[in-house]
Design a protein around this ligand. Structure first.
Ligand code: GLY
Ligand code: MN
Ligand code: MN
Length: 438
């Protein structure tokens, strides 16, 4: 299936699920950095999922029922603006290039949308996602209600369109999986490049530059999220993003970074010694986290539920924390008391897709963890973060480790799509020795 067909098939699927009614799906607004400088534009993931269209100031209107229609509103062609800001498809161009049934200038929205919503029984819209759109949609509904004596009714029900789209986004198509494999592979090679380039004395941001270089030269135009490049104690700050410290000999470097490719995120964490050789204490904790990750990945298959990988990782970690004198008691008692949270305070993964923490519920409608299904993609990312404290063995102080891979559920088990990023102690030390680091 071509990409255009994939987008159009998703629109048809959504319209079928809607039954009767109309859906409004706007893209994201542009964000101003200051005065007339903008942040790099990123479309809304729901809008992009249904259109493949990446211009700002656009909205998709879908009509379900006997005569389904997909209608795009977008910016008009404008030679003057195109000289300053670049190419625009314009409604006509977008309609034929992206396969919409109709397309109109975005400036006609207030005139046309109330007409198109008139007498539709249901409105599918993400109420509460964006205050400006909420206000505009409310205005259209009020306009329609005011016309009720003319026989035009406003939609009686407003349904959150994300409920339907989240379920669709959760199971990736073959085309989506291909893009995600590609993003994963670019990212894996960026982590490898960093292992080859890192030396004691470098700044964290110099290492970040190596990641970005590898992302961009392979076609990614942005990281999927702010990269974490955290040397030594900084690795114990879970969302460390200042990336501004010098890397010291004998410390570990934790890097959580992934590229975005055609809208899809990769999300990899690797932790390795700045000088290429793990100390005994670093190696003990690293191999514990790796064992936890392997146990978790072993639980990713269609017979398992969402939480099984987390439970498997936790059991391995807690056993290790007890063996290393970080926690006291039995595995059951430490799990029960939650004492392990001093060293492992996050969950073991999340859905991955257009958003790094992707759309989709983690529990089913009964409140049970949902079953894994082929086509779902998740991260598996256990870690261990040891801050200095009186009751903590000193040789572990300031060690922060996370190992994160991206995993697609298959019919028989799973596929680790980030496998090209080295992660065993032997593979990392050999690679870094080859680069002449240790
Ligand atoms: N990089 C974000 C996360 O790992 O959840
Ligand atoms: Mn993650
Ligand atoms: Mn991550």
């Amino acid at each position: 299936m071509s990409q255009t067909e994939d987008f159009s098939a998703r629109r048809q699927q959504l319209v079928q699920q809607m039954g009767k009614g109309a859906a409004l799906i706007p893209t994201a607004p542009e964000a101003i950095r200051n005065r007339d400088s903008h942040y790099a534009y990123r479309f809304d993931s729901y809008f992009y999922y249904l259109t493949g269209f990446d211009e700002p100031e656009s909205l998709l209107l879908l009509i379900a029922g006997d005569q389904p229609k997909s209608i795009l509103f977008c910016r008009e062609k404008d030679m003057e603006r195109e000289i300053w800001d670049g190419f625009r498809h314009g409604p006509q161009g977008a309609q034929s290039a992206f396969g919409f049934d109709a397309a109109y200038p975005i400036s006609h929205l207030d005139e046309l949308v109330p007409k198109l919503l008139g007498n539709q029984p249901n409105l599918y819209f993400s109420l509460g996602a964006d205050a400006a759109w909420d206000q505009r949609v409310t205005g259209w509904l009020q306009q329609l209600r005011a016309q009720s004596r003319n026989g035009t009714a406003a939609p009686a029900n407003i349904v959150d369109v994300r409920q339907l789209l989240d379920e669709m986004r959760l199971v990736k198509s073959a085309a989506e999986l291909d893009v995600m494999r590609h993003a994963a592979n670019i990212t894996a090679h960026a982590h490898k490049r960093v292992m080859l380039a890192t030396r004691p004395g470098m700044m964290e941001y110099e290492v970040e530059a190596e990641l970005l270089h590898e992302f961009y030269r392979h076609g990614s135009r942005a990281p999927a999220y702010t990269s974490i490049v955290a040397g030594g104690a900084n690795a114990c700050v879970l969302h460390y993003v200042s990336n501004s410290a010098r890397l010291n000999d004998h410390e570990l470097l934790l890097i959580d970074a992934g590229c975005e490719l055609n809208g899809y995120a990769a999300d990899i964490t690797r932790t390795f010694p700045v000088n290429g050789k793990f100390t005994a204490a670093q190696k003990d904790l690293y191999e514990l986290v790796l064992a936890a990750q392997q146990a978790a990945i072993g639980q990713v298959n269609p017979n398992q539920h969402w939480n099984a990988p987390h439970e498997a990782a936790l059991e391995v970690l807690v056993r290790g924390f007890i063996d290393f004198g970080l926690c006291q008691g039995s595995v059951e008692s430490v799990l029960e008391s939650g004492d392990y949270r001093r060293f492992y305070m996050h969950r073991t993964g999340h859905w991955l897709g257009l958003d790094v923490h992707d759309a989709g519920e983690y529990k089913d409608s009964n409140g049970d963890w949902r079953k894994l299904k082929p086509g779902m993609v998740l991260t598996v990312e256990p870690g261990c973060y040891v801050r200095p404290a009186d009751n903590v063995p000193e040789h572990f102080w300031n060690i922060g480790i996370r190992i994160e891979d991206d995993v697609a559920v298959t019919t028989k088990g799973c596929e680790v799509i980030t496998a090209a990023a080295p992660k065993t102690v032997a593979d990392i030390e050999q690679l870094m020795a080859k680069a002449g680091i240790s």
